[in-house]
Design a protein around this ligand. Structure first.
Ligand SMILES: Cc1cc2nc3c(=O)[nH]c(=O)nc-3n(C[C@H](O)[C@H](O)[C@H](O)COP(=O)(O)OP(=O)(O)OC[C@H]3O[C@@H](n4cnc5c(N)ncnc54)[C@H](O)[C@@H]3O)c2cc1C
Length: 294
């Protein structure tokens, strides 16, 4: 705490980074069914220090963050006990960064590879220790599910506002476009999707606020519920924003019109955190003992 918290409490803007996705595949490192066996970045205890080796791809704030919470394995065969979350300060020898990825969306977010070459940090930089680190890692899956869903909702709401506004003034068949019943049906489907996303997010928010009733947040049941919201929100946002684009004609893709940003931005909510397939495993695992097939 004393080592890291002060950097984030001063007048200077400081970033942190969750360095999780291994270069060899985010789906494996973020798949809870593999219980740490898919994590490729290693941490070996040498005296009072952890020695970290590996390569991460795409972490947000890679290269600009002051501190990297790094997802490692101390032993890929030890199950959750082998999962280690270790803080690595930016200036640690052996820690280097690649070029920021060029991407079609979220252009203001910096995503750069993070390389660990015999990076040594004191053993007390480990977050909590064997077992608890895995709990926190699974909790990250739940918390970021909420975050991804709220992002999907915000993008979909902006898309809806644009569609409603444009179709209210644009004329077709001698009346505003939205007065045609075939168009009204699509607008209604957008509204239904947005309201269902909201309901699911509010419900999950209530659960997160009442962990005494619904916790712990790393249980398979809680993670399943949180991931349900994330998967549903991502899929719904992409579907309704794509459909809404049809009501704007070619303006949907014009760079001089705000809708194309919604079309681009929504997609990430289906791609990160292991993607929608791994996420569906998390959902299923809340209902039965879904086996690890590694
Ligand atoms: C804008 C942005 C921000 C990001 N922020 C961060 C961050 O802050 N920190 C971080 O660590 N990472 C971050 N990432 C990385 C992101 O989390 C990963 O890219 C994502 O988890 C997918 O990993 P991958 O690209 O390596 O896909 P891969 O692992 O190569 O998987 C590709 C696809 O293969 C399929 N697949 C793989 N394994 C299986 C399986 N067992 N069963 C079924 N299907 C499977 C899935 O459909 C999967 O989507 C970010 C990415 C972006 C684009």
């Amino acid at each position: 705490m004393d080592r890291f918290v002060p950097s984030f409490c001063g007048g200077k803007l400081a970033y942190a980074c969750l360095s999780m996705t291994d270069e060899a595949g985010g789906a494996d490192s973020e798949n809870p069914l593999l219980a740490g066996a898919g994590i490729k970045t290693t941490a070996k205890l040498d005296g009072d220090e952890y020695v970290i080796n590996g390569n991460k791809s795409w972490p947000t704030h890679g290269g600009i963050a002051e501190c990297y919470l790094t997802v490692c394995t101390t032993d890929p065969n030890a199950g959750d006990e082998g999962v280690a979350l270790i803080y690595v300060p930016k200036d640690t020898p052996g820690l280097t960064f690649g070029k920021p990825e060029k991407k079609m969306l979220f252009k203001t977010s910096i995503n750069s590879p993070v390389h660990y070459d015999n990076v040594r940090v004191p053993r007390e930089y480990r977050l909590a220790g064997p077992g608890m680190d895995a709990h926190f890692y699974h909790f990250i899956a739940a918390g970021t599910g909420w975050h991804s869903a709220t992002m999907a909702l915000g993008i979909a709401e902006r898309a809806f506002e644009i569609v409603l506004d444009y179709t209210g003034t644009r004329q077709g068949g001698f009346k505003p476009v939205r007065q045609h019943s075939i168009v009204a049906g699509i607008i209604a489907d957008m509204a239904i999707g947005i309201n269902m996303m909201k309901a699911s997010i509010y419900n999950l928010s209530y659960m997160l606020d009442h962990l005494d009733v619904y916790g712990p947040p790393w249980s398979p049941e809680f993670i399943s519920r949180a991931t349900t919201t994330r998967v549903f929100a991502g899929d719904t946002a992409v579907e309704i924003i794509n459909k809404g684009a049809e009501l704007l004609g070619s303006m949907a893709i014009s760079e001089d019109f705000p809708y194309e940003k919604c079309l681009r931005d929504a997609k990430i909510t289906q791609l990160w955190l292991g993607g929608q397939q791994i996420s569906r495993y998390r959902v299923a695992r809340g209902y039965y003992d879904l086996k690890n097939w590694a």
